[in-house]
Design a protein around this ligand. Sequence first.
Ligand code: GDP
Ligand code: IMO
Ligand code: MG
Length: 425
Amino acid sequence: MSAIVIVGTQWGDEGKGKATDLLADDVQYVVRYQGGNNAGHTIIVGDTTLKLHLVPSGVMYPHVTPVIGDGVVVDPGVLLGELDGLVEQGLDVSRLKISGNAHLIMPYHREIDALSERKLGRQKLGTTKRGIGPCYADKASRVGLRVQDLYDMKIFREKLDAALQHKNAILTRIYNRQPMSQIEIETEYAVYAERLGPYIADTGSLLHDGLDRGENVLLEGAQGTLLDLDHGTYPFVTSSNPVAGGAMTGAGIGPKHITNVIGITKAYVTRVGSGPFPTELHDEIGERMTTIGKEFGTTTGRQRRVGWFDAVLARYAGRVNGLTEHFLTKLDVLSDFETLKVCRAYRYQDQEFEHFPPHQTAFHHATPVYEELDGWTEDITEVTSFSDLPKNAQAYVERLEELSGVHIRWVSVGPARRQTLERSV
Ligand code: GDP
Ligand code: IMO
Ligand code: MG
């Protein structure tokens, strides 16, 4: 019995979808444990490209049961649309299980997310406007509606009534908008209830029984360590816990089952939305990285900000998540850069920080201390073993490993499943 956690080590979009899909070969369950449809995970197998937002990345495999865990926030209309799209692509989605404890994203969550961003103006967080923050806020305030409420319309109606009194006051008095109609929401969600019924399950027991039988579970994080509500660059974070600890609460299993925590780490860094980013590039090198790496968001289509690899962040992610190994992605994007910079520390007020600074001001004003490595010019997308990579590419990976302090076990050299090199310890 074992459970493996897959966690983004940066600000999301590290390639978790690809890594999860690859590693799902050996497991019986793939579980999304937090976040919602703010996530966008891309999987490419042969000619098929899947862009997943809520459905776990193991869905391609007939032997895998995809699970949406307790810690996820579910927009039922979006989920049903995604399932319909997957069926159109020829996939069997009937194995999906959804926890009744997962919270429901409601129309007022989406509306308040968008309105509060607009109100913030230049101070906005740059959220995905999917209603994630307002939904988790209601969960913490204990006024949220859960998936299981869909199956007792009396409870659903009572909870919705209480929520709407408050939300409509906010919409009308603070934002000067129209109130939302209880009956319209009820009618819409009753349709969702009927269609989602077959997927609802006691996912905690399902996973415990599986682990007891010696089956394997892959816990697929969304977002990344620096977007974590407690450990990220607050307030420029998401409203859940993507870190490995979040996998325990979000799936409802204990830490004793976890054998590996795999950090998905891009060979450079990207970020979507607002917030500090010490190694960000604003020059033509950054533009090249954006173009070659196709750094545009899977969910919102927004251009991602790009920057050099940041070993301080990698070290931090190693500690916060208890990483046992890294899965390094997008090394191929760095081919043909004459010199590659790697941030080994930050400088702030004449002080050097090798570890993530404890105070936000130091991080916001940190300037990177770089070391330079020679690049390589060869196309590496068809390379099938680490030792066949150009020497400078090998040296780059080895240096990242040394600086981050955690073994880099996999190196990804293209988006496809087969474009992955596994190294020995
Ligand atoms: P996620 O949110 O962490 O799952 O990552 P996304 O799917 O949002 O973004 C990662 C993008 O990089 C996707 O378009 C992947 O297909 C792509 N990708 C993943 N690994 C590699 C790689 O090694 N090389 C290249 N060129 N693209 C990759
Ligand atoms: P995956 O799983 C990258 C970012 C948003 C914004 C902040 C808060 O594909 O890696 P939210 O809508 O969550 O309240 O927005 O978090 N963000 C992501 N950035 N990848 C993601 O998911 C993200 N999910 C949220 O851009 O800055
Ligand atoms: Mg993504």
